[in-house]
Design a binder for this molecule. Structure first.
Ligand SMILES: Cc1cc2nc3c(=O)[nH]c(=O)nc-3n(C[C@H](O)[C@H](O)[C@H](O)COP(=O)(O)OP(=O)(O)OC[C@H]3O[C@@H](n4cnc5c(N)ncnc54)[C@H](O)[C@@H]3O)c2cc1C
Length: 494
C-alpha cells in the first residue's frame, strides 16, 4: 500500500511513523523546503518554518503523548530525552502544602515531556526519515486532489503538487491531509466535484504571545512555585520548561482588550511578566536572560470538520488528520498530543480496511468522534465561559457574574459554577492531592473532560473548600494584580 502524506509537521510525521512501521510506503510532501538543520540547537537558531509559525511558541507535550510514544515508538521517546527533553512527573514540583506525597497506582502515567516544539519536531522528523519506507519531498506544495467518481462520491487516487521542477500528479492508495489549521481540503474536495465537509468554527477570542529565555550558567529553575499555569480571568499565563536550559513564558488575553494588546510589544510583555509573582522568579535577570523577541499569534480558532455524514463518507481515499480535522485553543496545550493520537488512529483504520475505503472512512470517523470530539467540545465550552469572564472584567461587572450578593435573587447556574471553580476547585488543587490528581489527569488527556464532574469524592472535596471560601484568604495578589492594576503598570511603563 502506498500513502501520500501532505504536510510534514506533527500530524504528518506521526502518520508517516505509524503507517511506515506497519509496512505502508509513505511519501511526505511538505511545502517548506528548508533542509533539516544538523541538530535541535541549530534548528532553534536558524530553521525557517513558515508553514508552521507556531513552532516559535511555547508548547506543552502532555502525558497522553508521552505514553503513546512509550507504547508505540519508544525509540522516539528515547531520542527526545537524548536531545535534552526531560520528564516532569506528578509529585516532582509539589508545594509544601501537598507534602508528604504518597504516589498512587496510575501516578506513574502522569509525566509531561518538557522540551521546545522545535526540538520535538526535529527529533520526530529525524526518526521518521530513518524509516526504510519513507520518502521526504521538501518544497512540494499540494495544489489539489486527483479523483475519479466512485458511485456518488469522489474516490481520491492522488494529488496535484507543485514541486521545484514544476507541476506533477502523484498517485497513491491513500492521501492524508496533515496541512494544519489552514488546510484547504474543503476547497480541494469541492473542486474535485465532492461535497464540503460539515464544519464548525468558533473564535477562541484570545491573542497569544511567547518569549524564550535561557537560564544563566549555574542557575536552576525556581523551586518555590513548581509548574506555572494560571488563569486570572483577564490574563492567562504559563511558564514552559524546555530543553537545554531554555524555557518560555506565554501570556494570553482577550483580543478585544485594547490596553492589554500592549503585551504584544516586548517592553510591555516584560513589564506584565514581572507583575506576575510566579513568573517574576523565573525571569529574574540574575537567573535568566531572554533569547528571542516576543512572538505574537492571533486569529486562533476552535474548528472541527467532519467527512462522514449520517454514516455516509463524503469522499473516499483521503483523510484529514491533526489540526486539518480538529483544532483547539492552543492555551490548553493539546494540539500536538491530539495530532499524534489521531495519526495512530488513522493508521489503525487504514490497516484494518486496506481494500474498503468506505469502511476505513467510517472507522476513522468513529474513532475521531470518540477520542477527539470531547476535547474539541470542552475547549469550545471553556472558551465561551472565559470570553464572558474577560468581557465582564473589562466592563467591571465581574461581581455580578460571580454570583448574587442578595440571597433572595435566584442563583445563576453559570455564575455558581464559576464561583465553585475560582473559590473551590482552584484553591483545592493547591491543598488536596486527590483533587489535583483528578484535574491533572484531565489536563493530560488521560481521563475524559467530564470525569471531574462525575467523581463524587472530588466534588465533595471541592465543595468543602468552596463552602469555606469566606474564611479563606484570597490569593489573587499572589497570582497577579487585578486588571486595573496591570493596566496601571503598563501605562506607567509607557
Ligand atoms: C500559539 C500556539 C501555541 C500552541 N501551543 C501548543 C502546546 O502547548 N501544546 C500542543 O500540543 N499544541 C500546541 N499548539 C497546537 C499545535 O501547534 C498544533 O496542534 C500542531 O502543530 C498541529 O500539527 P499539524 O501537523 O496538524 O499542523 P501544523 O503543525 O500546522 O503543520 C502543518 C504542515 O503542513 C504544511 N503545509 C501546509 N499547506 C501545505 C500544502 N498545501 N502542501 C504541503 N504542505 C503543506 C505546513 O508547512 C506545515 O509543516 C499551539 C498552537 C499555536 C498556534
Amino acid at each position: 500500500m502506498k500513502a501520500i502524506v501532505l504536510g510534514g509537521s506533527m500530524a504528518g510525521l506521526g502518520t508517516a511513523l505509524a503507517l511506515s512501521r506497519r509496512g505502508v510506503e509513505v511519501v511526505i510532501a511538505e511545502q517548506d523546503g528548508n533542509p533539516l538543520p544538523p541538530d535541535p540547537v541549530e534548528a532553534f537558531r536558524t530553521w525557517q518554518r513558515k508553514g508552521a509559525p507556531q513552532v516559535w511558541h511555547s508548547h506543552a507535550f502532555l502525558s497522553r503523548l508521552r505514553n503513546l510514544l512509550l507504547e508505540h515508538a519508544p525509540d522516539v521517546h528515547r531520542a527526545l530525552l537524548d536531545a535534552g527533553a526531560h520528564e516532569m512527573r506528578f509529585g516532582d514540583h509539589f508545594p509544601p502544602e501537598l507534602l508528604p506525597y504518597e504516589p498512587e497506582p496510575g501516578d506513574e502515567e502522569l509525566v509531561l515531556l518538557a522540551c521546545r516544539r522545535i526540538t520535538f519536531e526535529w527529533v520526530l522528523r529525524h526518526k521518521v526519515l530513518e524509516q526504510p519506507h519513507v520518502t521526504w519531498r521538501g518544497g512540494v506544495a499540494c495544489l489539489g486532489l486527483d479523483a475519479k467518481p466512485d458511485a456518488d462520491v469522489p474516490r481520491v487516487t492522488g494529488v496535484r503538487v507543485r514541486t521545484p521542477e514544476g507541476e506533477e500528479t502523484w498517485q497513491a492508495d491513500v492521501v492524508v491531509d496533515a496541512t494544519g489549521r489552514r488546510s484547504k481540503l474543503p476547497d480541494w474536495l469541492a473542486a474535485a466535484g465532492g461535497e464540503r465537509p460539515d464544519e464548525e468554527t468558533e473564535e477562541c477570542g484570545i491573542f497569544y504571545t511567547s518569549r524564550f529565555y535561557r537560564l544563566r550558567e549555574g542557575q536552576k529553575p525556581p523551586t518555590s512555585n513548581g509548574l506555572v499555569g494560571m488563569d486570572i480571568g483577564y490574563l492567562k499565563y504559563a511558564v514552559f520548561p524546555g530543553d537545554s536550559g531554555i524555557f518560555s513564558v506565554t501570556l494570553a488575553a482577550s483580543k478585544d482588550d485594547a490596553p492589554l494588546r500592549a503585551l504584544l510589544r516586548q517592553p510591555f510583555f516584560e513589564v506584565a511578566a514581572r507583575e506576575l509573582p510566579p513568573v517574576r522568579d523565573w525571569i529574574d535577570p540574575a537567573r535568566s536572560e531572554p533569547v528571542t523577541d516576543v512572538w505574537p499569534m492571533a486569529g486562533l480558532k476552535n474548528r472541527r470538520r467532519r467527512f462522514v455524514r449520517d454514516g455516509r463518507p463524503l469522499v473516499l481515499g483521503v483523510h484529514a488528520v491533526g489540526d486539518a480535522a480538529v483544532c483547539t485553543n492552543p492555551m490548553y496545550g493539546r494540539g500536538c498530543s491530539l495530532a499524534l493520537v489521531h495519526a495512530f488512529l488513522l493508521a489503525d483504520a487504514v490497516l484494518a480496511h486496506p481494500d474498503d475505503p468506505a469502511a476505513c472512512a467510517r472507522a476513522f470517523d468513529l474513532a475521531t468522534r470518540r477520542e477527539l470530539d470531547p476535547w474539541y467540545e470542552s475547549a469550545r465550552m471553556q472558551d465561551r465561559d472565559a470570553r464572558d469572564v474577560m468581557a465582564a472584567q473589562r466592563s467591571d461587572t465581574l461581581s455580578e457574574l460571580d454570583g448574587p450578593a442578595d440571597p433572595t435573587r435566584p442563583v445563576d447556574p453559570k455564575a455558581f459554577m464559576r464561583s465553585v471553580l475560582q473559590e473551590g476547585l482552584f484553591p483545592a488543587m493547591r491543598e488536596d492531592v486527590v483533587v489535583l490528581r483528578a484535574v491533572v489527569r484531565v489536563l493530560n488527556l488521560l481521563d475524559p473532560p467530564e470525569s471531574i464532574l462525575t467523581n463524587p469524592d472530588v466534588i465533595g472535596r471541592v465543595l468543602a473548600v468552596w463552602r469555606d471560601r469566606d474564611q479563606r484568604e484570597r490569593r489573587q495578589s499572589e497570582l497577579g494584580p487585578r486588571r486595573d492594576g496591570m493596566i496601571r503598570a503598563l501605562r506607567a511603563a509607557a
